[in-house]
Design a binder for this molecule. Structure first.
Ligand SMILES: NC(=O)C1=CN([C@@H]2O[C@H](COP(=O)(O)OP(=O)(O)OC[C@H]3O[C@@H](n4cnc5c(N)ncnc54)[C@H](OP(=O)(O)O)[C@@H]3O)[C@@H](O)[C@H]2O)C=CC1
Ligand SMILES: O=C1O[C@H](COP(=O)(O)O)[C@@H](O)[C@H](O)[C@H]1O
Length: 486
């Protein structure tokens, strides 16, 4: 283990849902794999008046599914400490500082500190300011701040939040989580694009007809109606995850595969996405909201807990992005994301241009089926290439054939979960799979014009049935470009 992997984690929001469902299990998997040995400690903090024992019990419960041995469990949880603390109370921070210094000495943590803000974003400014002013950030080791989404609710609020955080942490100390960037197959996009000369050479508008990115969910808003009703699919899924995926697909080859060059390439790609006028938004973006399904008993969005009965919040977005550069001129990037669709599926299709079918008869002449590269992000993980071959038989008839690769279930079982990967990256100081402020800012500019246009209109909601493939307007959108969702 290197010095870089020694750290004190302070988790703000330690009693909350994210900490219990994602952070403790991820820390445990890192511990089990040997990335966290003796030299780490975790301070969990929230207002609840918990003792170390209560906290350790909660951590134990959150990792039960891994079936730790009793020795493993005892060793792991012995590194967890709890400090009750209201982040709005500046006096409480001295307790945190004392505990942090004690643990630093006890575990020889070399003053390396990672602060994970698993709390509502309106607390971020106060926490970061106090961490700095009260000397909880250190001078000798590293100080890294991990922050959760949502990062603002539009460009202006994101900018204010960023300014607040920047008063205490430099950009290279800030690790903004987009958990999609921790997914195995999202990281595989660059491997497929740049590791195969076959694709590298044809990744442009001469050969690609259109690109389709789908982030579909079967679940509805569940118990997050309060948050979701003020957000909607555009801010919840498009501004962050979807645009991150698009930037990885559209970016120019980075000069080197370093954090700096990959980031610059992604930022340049986002900057080339056209900012639409109100008329262009109407032409290129559609939205939807799910209705009840009497056959399955699924509720309408407007019937969900903590959702306004006349809510105009969209649970579905589809759109066509235009990327204004030489590589992508004329290639639509179709994106869609929604809740309560027929299945959970995150998938990317690169649809190549087709040519006249040289084997067709004069009467049946037409285009060959498109070659399609499909990247399966989740739940299936793998990729496939649809090519054309000859149908068995006397005729020389062309049919599409699929070459497919799927990760084995054994490989998947051993593959790190997104949060686990991202925590390890932060521990190593590698910010490649986190979002830089310039990416966040440009993504907000792209969605702000859509939001502002939509906010001036009354949508005809609900417009799709729970468990269906989404609203008809999404199909009509592609039909305008003579395309269909694959
Ligand atoms: N849950 C998830 O799957 C995801 C969450 N996120 C984001 O992560 C963040 C946390 O989400 P989640 O865990 O679901 O939220 P929860 O509401 O479950 O947890 C909030 C935490 O904040 C603590 N808290 C609230 N007020 C204070 C205060 N004044 N001082 C100290 N602690 C306080 C609460 O503990 P106590 O009441 O004891 O003080 C609790 O531990 C949010 O920004 C969310 O958007 C992002 C993606 C997914
Ligand atoms: O960030 C979010 O992502 C989830 C979907 O994540 P996934 O890893 O399950 O695909 C989404 O349900 C949630 O609304 C959103 O906030």
């Amino acid at each position: 283990m290197t010095d870089e992997q020694t750290a004190l984690f302070t988790i703000f929001g330690a009693t909350g849902d994210l900490a219990q469902r994602k952070l403790y299990p991820s820390l445990f998997r890192l511990f089990r794999k040997g990335f966290l040995n003796d030299s780490f400690a975790v301070i969990g903090t929230a207002r609840r008046d918990w003792s170390n024992d209560v906290y350790r019990n909660a951590v134990s419960e959150s990792i039960q599914s891994f079936q730790p041995t009793s020795t493993e469990l005892a060793e792991f949880i012995s590194h967890f400490y709890y400090q009750a603390h209201d982040v709005n109370n500046s006096e409480d921070y001295s307790l945190l500082q004392t505990l942090a210094d004690t643990l630093d000495n006890k575990y020889n943590l070399k003053s390396n500190r990672i602060f994970y803000l698993a709390m509502a974003p309106h607390f971020f400014g106060t926490i970061t300011q106090q961490l700095k002013e009260q000397g909880i950030t250190t001078k000798d080791g590293f100080n890294r701040l991990i922050i959760e989404k949502p990062f603002g609710s539009d460009y202006q609020t994101a900018l204010s939040l960023n300014n607040e955080i920047n008063a205490a942490f430099e950009e290279d100390q800030i690790f903004r989580i987009d958990h999609y960037l921790g997914k195995e197959m999202i990281q595989n996009i660059s491997a497929i694009r740049f590791g195969n000369p076959l694709f590298t050479s044809i990744w442009n508008n001469t050969y690609i007809d259109n690109v389709q990115v789908t982030l579909a969910e079967e679940l509805g808003v569940e118990d997050r109606g309060g948050y979701y009703d003020t957000s909607g699919a555009l801010k919840d899924m498009i501004q962050n995850h979807t645009l991150q995926v698009v930037s990885l697909l559209a970016m120019e080859p980075p000069k080197t595969f370093t954090e700096r060059d990959i980031r610059s390439a992604k930022i340049a790609a986002l900057n080339d996405i056209k900012l639409y006028s109100a008329e262009e938004v109407a032409e290129n973006f559609v939205r939807g909201q799910y209705d009840a399904n009497p056959n399955t008993g699924q509720l309408a969005y407007r019937q969900e807990p903590n959702v306004a009965p006349e809510s105009q919040t969209e649970t579905y977005v589809a759109g066509k992005l235009t990327i204004e550069n030489q590589r992508w001129q004329g290639v639509p990037f179709f994106i869609r994301s929604g809740k309560r669709l027929s299945k959970k599926e995150t998938i990317i299709h690169i649809v190549f241009k087709s040519d006249l079918n040289p084997f067709a008869t004069k009467e049946a002449a037409g285009l060959l089926p498109n070659n399609i590269l499909t990247i399966y992000i989740q739940p299936t993980e793998g990729f496939s290439l649809t090519l054309n071959g000859k149908e068995i038989g006397d005729n020389f008839k062309i049919e599409p054939l699929k070459l497919a690769f799927e990760h084995s279930s054994e490989a998947l079982d051993n593959s790190p979960e997104a949060y686990e990967k991202l925590l390890l990256d932060c521990l190593k100081g590698d910010g490649t799979n986190f979002t830089h402020w310039d990416e966040v800012a440009q993504s907000w500019r792209i969605v702000d014009v859509i939001r502002q246009t939509w906010d001036k209109q009354t949508p005809d909601f609900p417009n799709y049935i729970s468990g269906s493939n989404g609203p008809k307007c999404a199909d009509d959108l592609l039909a305008k470009d003579h395309a269909i969702w694959i």
